[in-house]
Design a protein. Structure first.
Length: 207
């Protein structure tokens, strides 16, 4: 039997994830089987089980491919303790998330699957909490940035950084969902950055 190198094994794993993404995008997660994914990837079901415990494990690995660069984008643009204007850091993080969706097909397809092609029930019910935790992490970072803006005297009087952070998270979540749905680009895509600018501008003390 020919022993596979680590590089070959890692490549097979990535090909399985890519195949799963294509199958999930076309058929939805609940209507996609590991047999379907194995056929798309050109491997056996045994090869999938070598790399992943089950379909939810494979689904989360697909999510992780996008979560890592997304976290990097947020961390790069939300320097909580960095001198300057934290509100523009928040704005920059939002704009960069949209840029990722616009320019990266893998990220865009994964967001579409997570948002509209997966039912978080039965074997996927625990994954919903993992998706929620990812959102909570972004809220915490937004809270830190808004808190920094508050200390610098940039926020409107009476502003609550935690409430602003939750509001911005919900705003961005809704904006992403509409952006993904606007396939023809006739509703929201060409207005998205202006809406982000308006969302942030209304938070300044002088607004």
């Amino acid at each position: 039997m020919v022993r596979r190198t680590k590089a070959e094994t890692a490549q097979t794993r990535q090909e399985i994830i890519a195949a799963a993404r294509r199958v999930f995008a076309e058929h939805g997660v609940s209507h996609s089987s590991l047999a379907d994914i194995a056929k798309e990837a050109g491997v056996t079901r045994g090869a999938i089980y070598w790399h992943f415990k089950n379909k939810p494990d494979l689904f989360f690995a697909m999510m992780e491919q996008v979560s890592v660069p997304l976290v990097h984008i947020i961390d790069e643009n939300l320097p909580v303790q960095n001198p300057g204007d934290p509100l523009r850091g928040i704005q920059s993080s939002m704009v960069e998330i949209l840029r990722l969706l616009r320019e990266d097909e893998v990220a865009r397809t994964t967001f579409e699957i997570v948002n509209s092609k997966c039912e978080y029930v039965n074997e996927f019910s625990r994954l919903d909490s993992r998706v929620t935790r990812t959102g909570c992490a972004y809220i915490q970072k937004l809270t830190g940035a808004y808190g920094d803006a508050h200390r610098k005297g940039l926020l409107r009087p009476g502003a609550d950084p935690e409430q602003y952070a939750l509001d911005s998270y919900l705003f961005m979540k809704g904006l992403i969902n509409l952006w993904l749905a606007d396939i023809e680009g006739s509703i929201i895509r060409d207005k998205a950055e202006a809406l982000i600018e308006s969302h942030i501008s209304m938070r300044y003390t002088s607004a």
